[in-house]
Design a protein around this ligand. Structure first.
Ligand code: HEM
Length: 473
C-alpha cells in the first residue's frame, strides 16, 4: 500500500516537473527583463486553461483575465501558450502590412476542417487582389437587384409560418450571396445541398476539436470528404461549361481565378481553386448570417430605434414612383439611421472577435516579448466593450456613431494585411435585409430569451425564433 502511494507520488512529481520548468522559465523571463506578459499558472501541459475557456464562456474567461492583468496577458488555450492583446498599438503592429514576424492561422477546429494552411506571401496577395476587386463598392453596386431578390426569396413566407428560426433564414441569404459572388450560382438543388453540407461543416468548426465518434467535429471531418468531392464535381462541370461558353464574360471570383496567372505565367491548380472556394464560402456566410440575427435581436429589444429605422425605410419606399421597385444605390447610400444600427451591431455583437496569429521569430515590441512558436490573439471584444473607447459600452446605442470612432479602435473587420475584403458586401446585405424586413413585417421573439451561445462566436442560442406577421395584417 505504502509502495503504491510512493509510486503515485513519484509519478505525479515526474509528470508535473516539466510543467513547473516551463512555468519557471516564464517567471524568469517576465521578472528578468519584464517581457512576457503576466498570466495565470496552468498545470496540465497540453490543456492549460482550455477547459475554462470552453466551458465557462470565452467572454467571462477574457473579462476575468483582463480585469486582473490588463490589456495584454498570457494564457494557454487550444494547445498553445498564447498572448492575448487588446491594445490598439500592439494590434496595429501585429496586423501591420509589412510585419513578417506573425503569420495568420486558423483556430485548430477550423484549421482541421478546412485542411489547408492560411494563405501567405505572394500567393495570399494574388488571391486577395482577385477577391478584393470582386467586392469593391463599384463592383457590388451592380449586384443590388440580385442580392435584393435573394433576400426577398428568403423572407417571402415568414408570415405564413408558425415561427421562423432567424439564423436558418439568414444563413440561406448570406450563403447564396457568397455563392453569387463566387461562381454566379443562383438558388437551385445544388446550392441547397451545398448549404446543408456547410451547415454540418460549420457545426464541426464551431465545436471543440475532439475527433471522437458522435462529436460534431468528427461528423464534420467525415462530411468534409463528401463536401469536397461535391465541390470538385460541381467545379469540374462549371469549368467545362465556362470553357465552352466563349460568348459570356463572367465577373465572378471563379472566373478571375481561372484566368489568373502569376509572374511566371503559372495558373492556379484545381486543388488550389477548390481550397480557395471552400475557404471563401466559409468566411463569407457564417459570420454574416449570425450578424443579421443580432440585428433582428437588437431592433426587437429597442422599439424606439426600430421605429426610427422604420421611418427612414418607409420614407425611402414612399418617395419612389412604384413602392415595390428594386432598391437603388442612391437609396442604399441614403440610410444613415440604418447604417448606424449596422455599425453599432457590429461593435456590440463582435461576431469575429479575434485575429489569430503565430509568432514566426522572437519579436519584441513596446516592452513585450512575443516568443517564437507562441500564438497571439488580437481580441477585438476588449476594444469594442471598453468604456475608455465607448461610453456605456454594453448599451445598444447607434447614435454613438454620429461621431466616428478614433482610428484603430473600431475594428469589426480586422485590420492591416488581412482586413476583411467582404466588409462592403456585409453592409449592403444588412441594409437590404433591414429594408425588406421592417417595411414588410412586424414580429416578436417567441420561446423566450434563450441566452447567448459564446463558442466560437457570440450568437443568440437556438437561432432566435420569431413569430412574424405582415404589417398590413
Ligand atoms: C459580419 C460579417 C463579417 C465579419 C465580422 C468579418 C470579419 C473578418 C475579420 C475580422 C477578418 C480578419 C481575420 C484575420 O485578421 O485573420 C476577416 C477576413 C476575411 N473575410 Fe470577413 N467578415 C465578415 C464577412 C465576410 C464576407 C461577407 C466575406 C466574403 C463574401 C468575407 C471574406 C473574408 C475573407 C476572404 C477574409 C480573409 C482575408 C485575408 O486573409 O486576406 N468576410 N473577416
Amino acid at each position: 500500500m505504502v509502495l503504491i502511494g510512493v509510486l503515485i507520488a513519484c509519478a505525479l512529481v515526474l509528470l508535473t516537473f516539466p510543467v513547473f520548468l516551463v512555468q519557471w522559465s516564464l517567471y524568469i523571463a517576465q521578472s528578468g527583463s519584464g517581457k512576457i506578459p503576466r498570466g495565470r499558472w496552468w498545470f496540465i501541459p497540453w490543456l492549460g486553461e482550455s477547459l475554462h475557456f470552453f466551458y465557462k464562456s470565452p467572454d467571462q474567461f477574457f473579462r476575468e483575465r483582463y480585469a486582473r492583468f490588463g490589456e495584454i496577458y498570457r494564457t494557454h488555450i487550444l494547445g498553445s501558450p498564447t498572448i492575448i492583446t487588446s491594445t490598439p498599438e500592439h494590434a496595429k503592429f501585429i496586423l501591420a502590412t509589412k510585419h513578417k514576424s506573425f503569420k495568420a492561422i486558423y483556430p485548430p477546429s477550423i484549421d482541421r476542417v478546412l485542411n489547408h494552411p492560411s494563405w501567405e506571401g505572394a500567393f495570399h496577395q494574388r488571391i486577395r487582389k482577385i477577391v478584393q476587386s470582386s467586392m469593391l463598392s463599384e463592383t457590388i453596386r451592380d449586384s443590388i437587384p440580385k442580392f435584393e431578390s435573394l433576400c426577398r426569396w428568403c423572407l417571402e413566407d415568414w408570415n405564413e409560418r408558425e415561427f421562423v428560426v432567424t439564423h436558418d433564414e439568414t444563413r440561406k441569404f448570406a450563403f447564396h450571396v457568397a455563392l453569387s459572388i463566387t461562381c454566379s450560382m443562383a438558388p437551385c438543388e445544388e446550392s441547397m445541398r451545398l448549404l446543408d453540407s456547410y451547415g454540418i461543416l460549420s457545426n464541426g468548426a464551431i465545436s471543440m476539436p475532439i475527433n471522437f465518434p458522435g462529436t460534431g467535429f468528427h461528423l464534420a471531418i467525415k462530411v468534409r470528404f463528401h463536401f469536397r468531392s461535391e465541390i470538385l464535381t460541381d467545379l469540374t462541370s462549371l469549368v467545362k461549361r465556362r470553357k465552352s461558353d466563349t460568348a459570356t464574360t463572367y465577373s465572378d471570383i471563379l472566373g478571375s481565378l481561372l484566368a489568373s496567372k502569376d509572374d511566371q505565367g503559372t495558373k492556379f491548380t484545381d486543388d488550389e481553386i477548390r481550397d480557395i472556394l471552400i475557404t471563401f464560402l466559409f468566411a463569407g456566410h457564417e459570420t454574416t448570417a449570425v450578424f443579421l440575427v443580432w440585428i433582428v435581436k437588437y431592433l426587437t429589444e429597442h422599439p424606439d430605434i426600430l421605429e426610427q429605422v422604420r421611418d427612414e425605410q418607409d420614407q425611402i419606399r414612399s418617395a419612389r414612383e412604384h413602392p415595390e421597385s428594386p432598391l437603388t444605390w442612391s437609396e442604399i447610400k441614403n440610410m444613415p439611421v440604418s447604417l448606424r444600427v449596422v455599425q453599432e451591431s457590429l461593435r456590440l455583437a463582435n461576431v469575429a472577435p479575434f485575429s489569430p496569429r503565430e509568432v514566426v521569430e522572437d519579436v519584441e515590441h513596446d516592452g513585450v516579448l512575443f516568443p517564437k512558436g507562441w500564438k497571439v490573439q488580437v481580441y477585438y471584444r476588449h476594444f469594442h466593450l471598453n468604456p475608455t473607447y465607448f461610453k456605456d459600452p454594453h448599451k445598444f446605442d447607434p447614435s454613438r456613431f454620429l461621431t466616428p470612432p478614433k482610428p484603430g479602435i473600431y475594428t469589426p473587420f480586422g485590420n492591416g494585411i488581412r482586413l476583411c475584403p467582404g466588409s462592403e458586401v456585409v453592409k449592403l446585405e444588412a441594409l437590404i435585409f433591414i429594408h425588406l424586413l421592417v417595411t414588410n413585417y412586424n414580429w416578436k421573439i417567441v420561446g423566450g430569451d434563450c441566452g447567448v451561445q459564446y463558442w466560437p462566436t457570440p450568437r443568440p442560442k437556438g437561432g432566435l425564433h420569431l413569430k412574424v406577421w405582415k404589417r398590413s395584417d
